[in-house]
Design a binder for this molecule. Structure first.
Ligand SMILES: [Ca+2]
Length: 283
């Protein structure tokens, strides 16, 4: 397999989307990005994240009301590519006063076999397994001050702060795997990310990625970060909106495999949009 994209520095990614009641969502936002090695890349996407009073139970199953009400996104692309990934990975996020929650639904072909070992924290190479990777930069002025959370489908974790794997965040990570689908839930205290509870309007930089081994080999990313996951200036924007309305991409539907058009729709909380819903993956 090729070099892990977090081990080099370049770019590739993007976003499509899926949602339910309008809580968390994605929007494209026009921002100044550094031009150097990011020329020609798609603009960073935006995920609006709404607060919840009903935090999900972190057990790997996405049947919580929080996820039924949360918006999410899909539209991952392999790094350095403008082609949509064949399976629509879906991600959603929500938060409480103290913690950020992220859900992943990772489809794969039923005949394919997931790869990933159970082992000690911060050991091995989970990026060469079926894993997810979350990059969080709470200070948008210093996106390279980044927390990286990696978890494989078997539940092993690997976490890094600013390149230092000795950092161990107090995050919860649970997965569930079945035929053709593995799901995961992540919960991390804001305090472990060196920050306090976000106020409405606060914006972080972030990237959400999926390492794929089952049936193929791919590094798939939300933000178009070029040949790596970690072109920080290309990270998406994680916009905390409290309980306010969220803005969302006019993203493709399940039957539309085109890249997002980036038109923005403003949705009131509670609106259900006609797009794939994370709860469809509940089991
Ligand atoms: Ca660590």
């Amino acid at each position: 397999m090729s070099t892990h994209p977090a081990e080099s520095t370049s770019a590739g990614g993007f976003n499509l989307l899926s949602v339910g009641l309008a809580l968390a969502v994605l929007v494209w936002m026009s921002l100044a990005t550094s031009v150097a090695d990011t020329e020609g890349l798609r603009a960073p996407p935006v995920l609006s994240v709404a607060q919840t009073d009903q935090p999900p139970n972190v057990d790997g199953s996405l049947d919580d009301p929080a996820w039924q009400n949360a918006a999410g996104f899909t539209g991952f692309t392999p790094i350095g590519s403008d082609e949509l990934s064949p399976y629509k990975t879906t991600v959603a996020a929500t938060y409480t006063q103290d913690r950020l929650f992220v859900a992943y639904a990772c489809p794969f072909a039923p005949h394919e076999k997931l790869e990933g070992a159970v082992r000690e924290r911060d050991t091995g190479s989970p990026w060469h397994e079926d894993s997810l990777e979350i990059f969080l930069s709470p200070d948008p002025e210093s996106p390279d001050d980044c927390y990286q959370l990696i978890g494989n489908w078997a539940g092993s974790i690997y976490d890094v702060h600013a390149g230092d794997r000795k950092w161990n965040g107090n995050w919860e990570f649970k997965t569930k795997a079945g035929e053709g689908l593995w799901t995961a839930e992540v919960s991390i205290p804001f305090a472990d990310l060196g920050t306090s509870s976000p106020q409405p309007g606060d914006t972080w930089r972030a990237n959400f990625c999926r390492d794929v081994v089952a049936g193929r080999s791919a590094f798939e990313t939300w933000a178009d970060t070029g040949a790596s996951y970690m072109t920080f200036s290309q990270f998406g924007h994680l916009q905390f909106v409290g309980r306010g309305p969220v803005a969302m991409n006019d993203f493709p539907t399940a039957d539309n495999d085109q890249l997002p058009r980036y038109a923005v729709v403003i949705a009131a909380p509670g609106d259900r949009l006609a797009i794939p819903h994370l709860a469809d993956y509940a089991r």
